[in-house]
Write a protein that binds this ligand. Structure first.
Ligand code: SAM
Length: 219
């Protein structure tokens, strides 16, 4: 099972399309904004945006593009400077060997007043995203006016847990699952909001562990 199938399983259990529905709800993009989705994969996010009646440009880019997505790489965006109002990097930065280059490119194609939304989940991927932001944003000329934690309640059964574990190459035997299921948990997506040229060097490395704790759901 790959990420799209895992998302689909979790979406069924959560009752809404994860992560695009809560993400688009929260971003509430202007319906006329020109949007670039970098690392768009199968183009799901842009399709959801279209279904919401978005009238601005919707452009997706990915080295392994799905239908309607352009082939291309985050580090060398094939667009003129100041082409977009919004650049999305959803679950992408942590997978790039050069995330700082991708942020610099996002800034280049962003119009003045535009925003980059960089989203990630999972401790290792969050740490990689924050490392890229902490080291790269002064270079990229992006500043961070805020962030959003999206949390979505989900209940998973024992078969779901086995399927999800298997998708990471782990085998979980039915007898090992115990009485913990059905398990109520939270899906999480951290969205970092970046703007052009507000102020440099805004994200202190010292804040990472605290930030990692911040999204833990409160009891
Ligand atoms: C974890 S998937 C996320 C896909 C989609 N954004 C989502 O949230 O469902 C990471 C995506 O990054 C893409 N990717 C990998 N290297 C890339 C690069 N250099 N530039 C742009 N996208 C890249 C992959 O092909 C893949 O579609």
């Amino acid at each position: 099972m790959r990420l799209p199938e895992r998302d689909l399983l979790l979406s069924r259990r959560a009752g809404v399309a994860w992560p695009e529905a809560p993400l688009l709800d929260r971003l509430a993009l202007s319906p006329t904004a020109d949007v670039l989705d970098v690392g768009a994969g199968d183009g799901r996010l842009l399709a959801a945006l279209r279904e919401r009646g978005h009238r601005g440009r919707r452009v997706g880019l990915d080295p392994s593009p799905g239908p309607g997505v352009l082939p291309g790489e985050a580090e060398t965006l094939p667009f003129a400077p100041a082409s977009f109002d919004v650049v999305l990097l959803v679950r992408v930065l942590a997978h790039l060997p050069g995330p700082e280059r991708a942020l610099a490119e996002a800034r280049r194609v962003l119009r003045p007043g535009g925003r980059v939304y960089a989203a990630q989940h999972g401790e290792a991927h969050l740490a990689r995203m924050w490392a890229a932001l902490g080291q790269g944003t002064a270079v990229a000329g992006l500043a961070r006016p805020g962030w959003e934690d999206l949390l979505l309640a989900v209940t998973v059964g024992p078969e779901d847990a086995q399927a999800i574990a298997a998708s990471y190459g782990l085998e979980v035997k039915a007898r090992d699952l115990g009485a913990a299921f059905p398990l109520r948990d939270w899906l999480h997506l951290r969205v970092e909001i970046l703007c052009r040229n507000l102020r440099p060097g805004y994200l202190s490395k010292r804040s990472y562990p605290a930030a990692l704790r911040r999204w833990a759901p409160r009891a």
